[in-house]
Design a protein around this ligand. Structure first.
Ligand code: FE2
Ligand code: FE2
Length: 300
């Protein structure tokens, strides 16, 4: 009988993620006692399997986000926060095809055409997603081009930089971990999340094109499934790199959430209005009081 696959990756200091093909996942901290023989102390070398690889990838995201309270991780949306999220979605999408092609070119140079082909396919699929965010902003009466040209939300900047940096590395395997992190989190969004945002929009306005496509209702689910299959087919060293970067990207994303979450709706509105130089047409449609703390939940 074939043995069930177990995979493990050390993601930070003393913490490793261990995942079994059967779906079990746990975090492991070495006990440090001399007499212990720790089977996870050395990097894994075996083949992957989708069931265990997804455990590592999602474990990395959970660990990266563990510093955020559940309440804050799923904030109630506001229109001002949603506009900022759309600007963030634009910035995390606009260079994705270019960046993925850059990484693909490198893998072709390295004699890894299968990785290059995967990244090129992803680049094709992601093309035009920035325009969905622009259309949503325009639908809300926001001067979209002026806003995105002059404003990158603080919480999003480090994420964009991370992806730019990963895609020009000599061995840009980490870009797959980054993409997985963003797509997996997007795919968690349910119809009810979209309905909540839709309820904030003025009657007759459809400003959820980007959100729908980057949710459990859109193409993101397939992207996630395909990525899991692909990552599982990689060598152990490559899987380790992808999982480690999924963790690093989750940390950066969680930091960005925290940053935006600490802003009041008034502050968010102020930031937008300062950039566009005029009052926000629909900015006061929120059902929440202005002093209440809440957030721009990244749309991407
Ligand atoms: Fe996308
Ligand atoms: Fe995607």
């Amino acid at each position: 009988m074939a043995r069930s696959v177990t995979e493990w990756v050390n993601v930070t200091g003393g913490i490793s993620i261990i995942a079994r093909e059967s779906g079990e996942v746990w975090f492991h901290t070495p006990s440090g006692t001399k007499n212990d023989v720790d089977p996870f102390a050395t990097p894994m070398t075996g083949a992957g399997a989708a069931g265990s690889t997804v455990g590592l990838l999602d474990g990395a995201i959970n660990l990266g986000f563990s510093g955020i309270e559940n309440r804050l991780a799923r904030p109630e949306p506001t229109l001002a926060g949603y506009i900022v999220a759309l600007v963030g979605a634009y910035h995390t999408s606009v260079h994705t095809p270019r960046n993925l092609r850059q990484a693909a070119k490198r893998f072709n140079e390295l004699g890894r055409p299968e990785v290059a082909a995967y990244l090129e396919e992803r680049a094709r699929e992601e093309t035009g997603h920035d325009r969905l965010a622009l259309k949503d902003l325009r639908a809300l009466g926001v001067p979209a081009d002026r806003l995105v040209a002059n404003f990158i939300p603080e919480g999003i900047k480090p994420l964009c930089k991370r992806f730019d940096d990963l895609c020009v590395q000599d061995y840009p395997m980490g870009c797959i971990g980054y993409s997985y992190c963003l797509e997996r989190i997007a795919a968690l969004k349910q119809e009810a999340d979209i309905e909540k945002v839709q309820a904030l929009c003025p009657d007759g306005v459809d400003a959820t094109r980007f959100l729908r496509s980057h949710s459990s209702l859109g193409s993101e689910v397939t992207h996630v499934e395909e990525t899991i299959e692909f990552v599982a087919s990689l060598s152990a060293n490559d899987r380790i790199q992808v999982v480690q970067e999924t963790y690093e990207s989750a940390l950066i994303m969680a930091d960005g959430y925290n940053h935006e979450l600490l802003k009041s709706e008034e502050k968010v509105l102020g930031e937008i209005q300062q950039v566009i130089g005029e009052p926000l047409l629909y900015g006061h449609g929120s059902r929440h009081s202005p002093g209440e703390k809440r957030a721009a939940r990244p749309a991407a």
